[in-house]
Design a protein around this ligand. Structure first.
Ligand code: MTE
Ligand code: LUZ
Ligand code: MOS
Length: 757
């Protein structure tokens, strides 16, 4: 089935916040933000800005009737800076004017006096100053105290991983207006209607039922709108409440990049112990997470780093610690993978260092340590239906890795200035929100008297194709044509308290709820059919392709007629269902439990060529064996793998978030911050489904696919590093991602002088 959004997308007719027809008297908001990373606000002068013709008001702390507080997990985030500013880009006020141009001009006339304080920019600085978001946490398995003694090799080192800008196509934004009796309606570009509703209620001093949040779809979120769609929606709503006019606030790309948080940069100290035959015996890592100025979802991101600290490997003795460090940069936030890429990268870096130190092939160490059926993760869950080895072996055979390695070696033999590298990356990613209570989905299904169906769920469509999957699940359950369905906007008045669309579980949670609703409706319809056909047992009734069957025999009764009869019989044609993932639990005091419904596995083979004169590189080939369970829509799912892979390759290579000592982002626009484009896409890109079992906790057995494949990008980093070492075997192993062209060039010639002697 094709993606139901393709038609309006290609015709430019899909509706985003910026496409909503404006109401009369709509005002446009532009944010006035802190120019400094840390300081005390001495005074602000709005007078000159307010005199500009067309400016209707400047909204700030003074206008808040409720609380100046939008923090989710921890109540530590102000909507508008009050006494202090904590990062460059921290909102201080919202100028509202008749046009955006006027509002922008007025912003430039605001005067602010800030007493500058020393900004802390890196996680390690914050750690030294004991500035934390939450107390540090550790996951432990086995005994890392005494087992070091039994290691034949011990490798220690440091690693760094940079952050990442989301670059969703649609920037952050919201449109808010008053409804009858001082209610508020907010159209928001958010992954989490509930978070917007909850925070707006708090800021505006209103009960939640007076606030309606609506999301038609968003133009990409990638995690960047899980928590951070909220401030702009609250500002627009607060301005609408204060000025009593509709207010629209859509950030420009430059404002978005400056004001919003990104993927968390991490810094690591690791220690790895191997046995004589290269089995991992012990692993210890300290992770320093750069959380930014307030909590946002950092404590949850920290948790996922802990969960994925042993990646796709079995580690019998491990001790993984994460410190969530508070700094003066924008609050870092959810980003596809959510702390897992960082935890997985550092272990891979340690394996690479071990391979180089011992002079063995990294693949040999990787393969020896892959998870097997029944192995325990440090959080105690067992690896069930574990496909780690199966993916590895299938990739090895299917893609002819032995031959690829030989070709690469031959190439390197023949070429001095171009070098190739080949890597394998094994993936294992846990599906479910790590916070158990978030694992619930909802669906509201109405059948209309003409036999057509409308569905609303708690999930937000952001390009991942989730609405297509929901529709497929409903059409399959009811066995009627997909043309009979419309999926409506995500709306807090139709679906209350939805979890954010995140953790790759939107389709599982809300799709399963949709199936439950359809099954309840089906049972009622069958009851009516039973009466109409004068049958004894509703169990003998079946609906197949819009025709009603009795004991396997086709009857005259059709879907449309049955729906009509059901309404006539005064039987409800509407159903709301709620799904909560069974079996999962987690005990935070013990740091043990069974947090994930299942795991997703895969293996990526990557070949790169490095131009050693210029420090540039091409990704020649990425071939992936991916565990989709039993995919319900392979076109959508392969699209997700390809998109996530590219985003992962960008993270590990060309996307660099450089922050200077003053807390300023150095590459702050899309001409200097580079994401992969079509020219950077692997020349050969192949995704093959693993011959795998449908998972009962996945929607129609089709495993969650949104985030896991991002981690395949890690393979590209190590392929590049291997190619670089072919050119300069004495290259210092810096283990510092991303490997930008600049970094590549500089490291290639590091120690190179010694080689020439
Ligand atoms: N795909 C597109 N096109 N746009 C997005 O913003 N977000 C990703 C992934 N795929 C995203 C995407 C992230 S971070 C998540 S968690 C999942 O989609 C969420 O959707 P799902 O739960 O329905 O998979
Ligand atoms: N968000 C969240 C997530 O709140 N909890 C999670 O476990 C998670 N995982 C991935 C992405 N977003
Ligand atoms: Mo995705 S990071 O869970 O929004």
């Amino acid at each position: 089935m094709i993606n139901i959004d393709s038609r309006t997308h290609v015709r430019g007719e899909s509706i985003y916040v910026n496409d909503i027809p404006l109401r009369e008297d709509t005002l446009f908001g532009v944010v006035f933000a802190s120019p400094l990373a840390h300081g005390k606000v001495k005074s602000i002068d709005f007078s000159e800005a307010l005199q500009i013709d067309g400016v209707e008001g400047i909204i700030s702390v003074k206008d808040i009737k409720g609380e100046n507080q939008i923090g989710g997990i921890i109540q530590d985030e102000e909507l508008f800076a009050d006494k202090t500013v904590d990062y460059i880009g921290m909102p201080i006020a919202l100028v509202c004017a008749k046009t955006e141009r006027i509002a922008k001009k007025a912003v430039s006339r605001i005067k602010i006096d800030i007493e500058e304080l020393h900004p802390i920019v890196t996680a390690r600085e914050a750690y030294a100053a004991k500035k934390f978001i939450v107390p540090s946490r550790t996951f432990k398995i086995g005994d890392t105290e005494s087992e070091w003694k039994s290691c034949a090799h011990i490798i220690e080192g440091q690693a760094e991983m940079g952050g990442q800008e989301h670059v969703y196509l649609e920037t952050q934004g919201a449109y808010a207006y008053l409804t009858e009796d001082d209610g508020i309606k907010i159209h928001s570009s958010t992954q989490a209607t509930k978070y917007v509703q909850r925070a707006a209620a708090k800021v505006l001093g209103m009960p939640m039922h007076k606030i309606e949040v609506d999301v038609n779809r968003i133009g990409g979120g990638f995690g960047g709108k899980e928590d951070q769609g909220t401030p702009w929606a609250c500002m627009a709503a607060l301005a609408a409440q204060t000025l009593r006019k509709p207010v629209k606030l859509v950030l420009s790309r430059a404002e978005d990049i400056k004001m919003t948080g990104k993927r968390h940069p991490y810094s690591f100290d690791f220690k790895l112990g191997l046995s004589k035959d290269l089995k991992i015996v012990c692993y210890e890592v300290q992770c320093f997470q750069n959380a930014g100025a307030c909590a946002d979802v950092s404590p949850a991101v920290m948790e996922r780093t802990l969960f994925h600290g042993t990646a796709s490997y079995f580690v019998p003795n491990a001790r993984i610690t994460v410190h969530s460090c508070k700094t003066n940069i924008p609050p870092n936030t959810a980003f596809r993978g959510f702390g897992a890429p960082q935890g997985m990268f550092v272990l891979e870096a340690a394996l690479m260092k071990a391979a180089v130190t011992l002079g063995v092939d990294m693949m040999e160490i990787q393969k020896k340590n892959l998870l097997s059926e029944g192995d325990r993760f440090p959080y105690d869950q067992e690896a069930k239906n574990c496909n780690a080895r199966k993916c590895w072996d299938t990739a090895w055979k299917t893609f002819g890795v032995e031959k690829l390695k030989k070709e690469v070696a031959d190439f390197n033999q023949k070429n001095d200035l171009f070098k190739k590298g080949v890597s394998l990356y094994p993936l294992c990613f846990g599906i479910s929100f790590t916070k158990t209570s978030l694992n619930q989905g909802r669906s509201l299904v109405h059948i209309y008297s003409d036999g057509t169906v409308s569905i609303t769920t708690g999930v937000v469509e952001m390009g991942q194709g989730v609405n297509t999957k929901i529709l497929q699940a409903a059409a399959q359950t009811l066995s009627i044509s997909t043309r009979r369905f419309t999926i409506h906007s995500t709306n807090t008045s139709r679906i209350a308290n939805p979890s954010p669309t995140a953790a790759s579980s939107g389709a599982d949670l809300n799709g399963k709820a949709t199936i439950m609703a359809c099954q309840a409706l089906l049972a009622r319809l069958k009851g009516v059919a039973c009466q109409e056909l004068k049958a004894q047992d509703p169990g003998d009734i079946e609906i197949k392709d819009e025709v009603i069957y009795h004991k396997g025999r086709k009857t005259e009764l059709t879907w449309a007629r049955l729906v009509f009869l059901t309404e006539e019989a005064r039987v409800s044609l509407s159903e709301h269902a709620h799904y909560a993932t069974p079996i999962i639990h987690f005990n935070k005091a013990m740091e043990k439990g069974h947090p994930f419904a299942y795991h997703v596995y895969g293996t990526a083979v990557t070949v790169v060529t490095v131009d050693c004169l210029r420090g540039t590189y091409n990704v020649d080939l990425v071939k992936i064996i991916h565990d989709f369970g039993s995919s319900m829509n392979l076109d959508i799912d392969i699209g997700q793998v390809e998109g996530a892979l590219l985003q992962g390759i960008g993270l590990m290579t060309i996307e660099e978030l450089l922050i200077d000592q003053t807390g300023k982002l150095v590459y702050d626009d899309l001409s200097s911050y580079k994401v992969p484009d079509i020219y950077f896409t692997p020349r050969t890109l192949e995704v093959k489904p693993l011959d795998s079992k449908p998972d009962p906790l996945a929607l129609l057995g089709s495993k969650a696919v949104g985030e896991p494949p991002l981690m395949y990008g890690i393979g590209t980093y190590f392929a590049i590093l291997k190619a670089m070492r072919e050119f300069n075997p004495q290259l210092k192993l810096e283990l510092w991602a991303p490997m930008t062209h600049q970094k590549c060039l500089m490291s290639l010639y590091d120690n190179y002088g010694d080689l020439l002697k």
